[in-house]
Every structure is written in structure tokens, then in C-alpha cells.
Design a protein around this ligand. Structure first.
Ligand code: BTN
Length: 340
């Protein structure tokens, strides 16, 4: 068991619970009914309905019939995500912000006294962070920017394999939402479709002498971005779910689905390490069998034929003499075939 329990289980805000009742109703539901279920006054319920309307929910009110939920905006708010969560810890609680500098950074600020599972989601990041000091393009109204606090009781040596597990989870989520999408994972943790990147993962570890204190898992996923919104620098190299499938997706559903899948995968990883994920990784592996170059900070780049991912998360690069290099970290690229 990874969680160090310190929580009231299933922490959900009252506004989210009110939205849950509205979603579950077949048409109108009376304020009286909701107030009895939640043990609150009808005025309190009305205030929560006002909050939901301010967040863009279309709710009709009728004096003698109550409230009727017509539609919810595509905003991954706490209310919208939590209504679809099946987790015990992840996303509980879930904090939603219209704008932050970086969800990883904001979660780190709140992590000290928080239990595992605290999650932060934003509509817009003004300083989204990528791996190796890069920026992550994070416009409003289009994508998922999500950070989750984990406190795994595992050895430090196991931590580098976590991003690969998260990559498997995001890939499965994408495959569920858009079946037949040819999702690939580029070691160590980029997700690609047709050679273009649509998701990146940034895991930030805090360790103490006695081991892992916390890991913040940050996931950026291009969901409803249009091609025209992509800046020049990543126009050729990036894509989104919408660009690939020509339809829009509910970001709240994407966030809930990632968390629903991440929780059991995370517990399995805590108990068994990367081994159970190796078959999925082998299927997703974008680099397998391809001439690959890996840039490593402060070291010379290495090249070889990618020969799979090991149980310790290393990328195995076959050398011309048949031996292997085992690469722990870096930025991998397929070497384009030389022009004739
Ligand atoms: C990469 O591929 O370089 C990793 C990108 C990770 C981006 C996500 S968006 C949510 C979270 N907050 C951040 O500032 N970064 C991660």
C-alpha cells in the first residue's frame, strides 16, 4: 500500500455534490430533495446552483419544479471531474484554477501538509514547465494540465520507472477515448501520434535521507487544440486529440479517466514495479528497432538501435558490436535515414 493515510475519504465539495444530483436527475430535481439529501437548507442549495451557473453550467430553474441541468461547459472544474471519479485517493481533493503559472509548481507549494492524491488542474498555465528546462505550451480553453501528489513507499531506485507507468496510463486513456488511435510512447515519457507529440509528463521528486518524500506527477495533454493555435516552433512536431480525430472531447472526462486509470496502475507499480507494464510498453514503444540518438545533460550524446525498455526503465541501445548501452535518462530522437 503506497498511501500514507491522512484523509477524510472521498473529500468532495458541496458544489460538486449538488452538480452530482443535477446530473443524476432525469429532468427537474427539487431544491427540497437535494437539501434533504445533503442536510443543508434550500437557500444553501440555491447558492451552490448559482456557483455552478457562474462557472458556465446551464441550469434552468423553475419555482415549483426545482433545477434542471441542461449542459456543463467544457471546463475541467472540480465539480465536473469529481462527478466522474471512481478513485479512492487520487483527485480527492481536486483543486481547479482558471490560470496558474504551473500546476506542478502550485501543487508543490500546497504539498507539505497534504495527503497523497491531492490534484491540481488548470485551464491555462502562464509558465507551464517541460522536461530539461523547456516550456510547455499551455493556452486556455483547449488542453489538460494536471498535477497529482503521490507519496510512494518505494525505493529511490524505482522512481525513474514511474513516468513510464504514467505514460502507459495516458496512452490507455487516449485509446479508450479514441479507439484505433495509433498512440506511441517515446521513451522516457512522450506520447506521440503519427510521429507528433501530444502529451508530455514531468515527474518531480522530493527525497529525504530516509527515502522518497513525494513525487509530483505533471501531465500535459493536447486535447482540443486546433492546428492554427500551434505556435510556429512546434507546428510541425505537435498535435492534439482533436487534430487527429476531428472531434472535440470533454476535458473533465479526460482528467477523470486519467485519474481513474492512474490509481490502480500506481498501486500495482508500488507493489510490483515496472514488470507488469513491460508488455504494454513493448507495444507502445516508438523507438523499438530504430536508429536512435539520446542527448543527455552534461554528457556526450549516444546512439544505437533501440532495443526495448528494461525492467529498471532504462532504454537499451544496441551497438554495432552487439553489446548494449543502458540509458537512464535523456532526450531520445529517431535518427532520420541518410539521404541517398
Ligand atoms: C515534457 O514533455 O517536457 C513534459 C511536459 C509536462 C507538462 C505538464 S502540464 C502540467 C504540469 N505542469 C507543468 O508545469 N508541467 C506539467
Amino acid at each position: 500500500m503506497c498511501a500514507r493515510p491522512k484523509r477524510a475519504p472521498f473529500a468532495v465539495s458541496t458544489t460538486a455534490q449538488v452538480l452530482g444530483f443535477l446530473r443524476g436527475a432525469d429532468g427537474y430535481i427539487s431544491g427540497q430533495m437535494i437539501s434533504e439529501k445533503l442536510g443543508l437548507s434550500r437557500v444553501a442549495i440555491w447558492k451552490h446552483v448559482k456557483t455552478l451557473q457562474a462557472q458556465g453550467c446551464h441550469i434552468e430553474t423553475c419555482r415549483h419544479r426545482g433545477y434542471h441541468l441542461i449542459g456543463v461547459p467544457d471546463m475541467p472544474t472540480e465539480e465536473a471531474v469529481v462527478a466522474q471519479l471512481q478513485t479512492r485517493a487520487l483527485g480527492r481533493p481536486l483543486l481547479f484554477f482558471r490560470e496558474v503559472d504551473s500546476t506542478n509548481r502550485q501543487l508543490a507549494k500546497r504539498a507539505t501538509d497534504s495527503a497523497e492524491g491531492l490534484t491540481l488542474v488548470a485551464d491555462h498555465q502562464t509558465a507551464g514547465r517541460g522536461r530539461m528546462g523547456r516550456a510547455w505550451f499551455s493556452p486556455a480553453g483547449a488542453n489538460v494540465y494536471l498535477s497529482v501528489l503521490l507519496r510512494p513507499a518505494v525505493s529511490l531506485a524505482q522512481i525513474p520507472t514511474l513516468p513510464l507507468v504514467v505514460g502507459c496510463v495516458v496512452a490507455s486513456t487516449l485509446e479508450n477515448m479514441a479507439p484505433r488511435l495509433p498512440v506511441k510512447l517515446k521513451w522516457p515519457n512522450d506520447l506521440h501520434i503519427h510521429g507528433k507529440k501530444l502529451s508530455g509528463i514531468l515527474c518531480e521528486l522530493t527525497a529525504e535521507t530516509d527515502g522518497v518524500q513525494q513525487v509530483i506527477v505533471g501531465i500535459g495533454l493536447n486535447v482540443n487544440l486546433n492546428r492554427g493555435q500551434l505556435p510556429r516552433a512546434i507546428h510541425q512536431s505537435a498535435t492534439s486529440l482533436r487534430i487527429e480525430t476531428r472531434r472535440a472531447y470533454s476535458r473533465a472526462e479526460v482528467v477523470a479517466e486519467i485519474l481513474n486509470q492512474l490509481e490502480p496502475a500506481y498501486h500495482r507499480w508500488c507493489a510490483e514495479g515496472l514488470k507488469p507494464f513491460l508488455p504494454q510498453l513493448a507495444t507502445l514503444d516508438l523507438l523499438k528497432g530504430r536508429a536512435t540518438r539520446v542527448e543527455q545533460t552534461g554528457r556526450q550524446a549516444v546512439e544505437g538501435i533501440a532495443d526495448g525498455i528494461g525492467e529498471d526503465g532504462t532504454l537499451q541501445l544496441r551497438q554495432p558490436d552487439g553489446s548494449h548501452l543502458f540509458i537512464c535518462s535523456g532526450d531520445a530522437h529517431v535518427i532520420p535515414p541518410a539521404a541517398e
